[in-house]
Structures are given as C-alpha cells and as structure tokens.
Design a binder for this molecule. Structure first.
Ligand code: FMN
Length: 263
C-alpha cells in the first residue's frame, strides 16, 4: 500500500510532528506501507495567475504545469493521501491554497474517484477543524471517495508535545483511514458531490470542440455519458434519481449561462 503525504505547511512544525506520529502509528499496524512525502514549501510553486488555461485548454497549458503535473501523477499512483496543513488565521496555509487553486479545474473534471484522504491540522487554540473541513469540502469535488479528518488543538507554537489523548485520537482516525484503504471499499458519494458531477456533465455540450466557447469540459465528459457518477462507485436508486434531476437542471440552465472568455 502506498500513502502519499503532502506537507502543505511552510515548515516542519507542530502539524508535521503530529503527521510523523500518524506515520509511525500506521507503520505499527502495517510495516509494509510505503510512504512518500511532498513538501510544497520546497517546490516554490508560483502563485496561480488565474489565466484559466487549465479550465479551457487543459492542465498541460498551465504555466506552472511542470510543478503541478508531477504531484497529480503521484496522487494517481498512490492508494491514499495524507494532507498535513497548519491552521493560519483559521484557514489553510497560503501554499496549500495556492496548490489547491492550481487544481480548481478538477471540480469541472473530477478524477480521483478511488482515492481516500486523511487531513491533519494543528492550531494554537481554535479552527483546526475549519482547516480540515475546508479541505474535506474541496477534495470530494476532485473525486476523492472519502476524507478522514484529524484536527488537533496544540496550544503551542513549534513546541507541541502530543498528549496521550491526542495520540489516542490520532490512532483511532489513522487506523480507520488505513483499514478503509486496505478494504478497498468504495463509498457512495454525498448528494453535494453529485451536484458538480451532473451539472458540469450536463453543461458540457455548450463547450464541445467547434462551439464558440469550447473548453476541455466539452471533451472530458464524453466518457461518462449516461452515468450519474463514476463507474464502480455504489449509487443507490434514490441518488441516481437525484443525479438525473441535477443533470436535467444543468441541461435546462446551460444555454442560459454560457461562460465566456477573452480570445
Ligand atoms: C501565521 C500564523 C497564523 C496563525 N493563526 C492561528 C489561528 O487562526 N488560530 C489559532 O488558534 N492559532 C493560530 N496560529 C497558531 C498555529 O495554528 C499553531 O501554532 C499550529 O500548531 C501551527 O502549526 P505548524 O507548527 O505546523 O505550522 C497561527 C500561527 C501562525 C504562525
């Protein structure tokens, strides 16, 4: 089993310390797990400049593709991803936000349907849960099948010592994450996840090659025609029906709200 760890903090501080604890805990359960680390602060990814090339033409036209594509390949090549992100001003760190901005196009063209995530954050006093929750809101839109959250109040700047209570909480969540990865069980998506999947799929016909404002959405969704969610993911009949309604709404709305761009 391969677990990719993305360190979205600008240093190896309290959150990294907790992440190392989690790494050790998982290794105790299964010493064959292979970890790979990406430290975003070492990559010096320039800020997303908002050119929207990823949305329109595809990621290969992103001016920062050489930084982003290798990370996406690593996500593709692992079973699960651990995101390790400090709480700065009640939110994710700037380098994490910059990274997720570069992947915002995944909401239009999701793909990581068979991946699961564990999101770890520490805070001085409050809002670690806002950090983990904000990523747990974003990742299912990219396709992630399940997100586990480990928010911890460290009450410290750079001198955090995990308490026994914190270690127990970390173990409980890490074990649940590991067991879920091992089981390869695929979870049914929440209704909120069906909205972008079905809306963008329905709206893509306005953006097919040759249309006035064609984008990669017009190409991407062809492989999901007639599907209300990704193949192999359990979708009970009522969610299928909800997906169909969302799809119909998207079909109705799409000609009325075509997104333009400067040529
Ligand atoms: C720039 C900055 C912003 C912070 N913002 C908050 C905050 O909003 N709420 C809070 O309780 N602690 C805040 N803290 C404290 C950190 O969240 C806390 O020390 C956390 O454990 C840092 O994790 P790290 O060492 O992995 O970076 C902040 C610290 C820094 C340096």
């Amino acid at each position: 089993m391969k677990i990719l760890i993305i360190n979205g903090s600008p240093h190896k501080g309290n959150t990294w310390l907790l992440t190392e604890e989690v790494k050790e805990q998982i290794a105790v359960i299964d010493n064959t797990v292979k970890f790979e680390e990406i430290h975003l602060s070492e990559l010096n990814i320039p800020f997303c400049i908002g050119c929207s090339m990823c949305f329109r033409e595809g990621l290969i036209f992103c001016p920062h593709n050489q930084y982003i594509q290798p990370i996406m390949d690593k996500i593709e090549g692992c079973d699960g991803v651990i995101f390790s992100v400090s709480c700065f001003q009640g939110a994710v760190t700037a380098i994490t936000k910059n990274f997720t901005d570069h992947l915002a196009f995944l909401l239009h063209r999701p793909r990581y349907f068979y991946k699961k995530a564990l999101i770890i954050s520490t805070t001085g006093g409050v809002s670690a849960n806002s950090v983990t929750q904000s990523l747990a809101n974003t990742l299912p839109g990219w396709g992630f099948n399940k997100c586990y959250q480990l928010p911890i109040v460290a009450l410290s700047w750079n001198a955090y010592k995990p308490t026994e209570k914190h270690k127990k909480k970390a173990f409980k969540i890490s074990k649940a994450f590991y067991m879920d990865l091992k089981s390869k069980k695929l979870h049914s998506p929440k209704i909120g996840v069906l909205i972008p999947f079905n809306l963008f799929q329905a709206m893509c016909k306005e953006y097919t090659p040759g249309s006035e404002y064609s984008t990669q959405d017009g190409v991407f969704w062809k492989k999901y025609v007639g599907m209300r969610y990704a193949p192999g993911i359990p979708l009970p009949i009522y969610k299928m029906a909800i997906g169909r309604i969302i799809f119909q709404i998207g079909k109705y709305l799409s000609p009325k709200m075509i997104v333009t761009y400067k040529k």
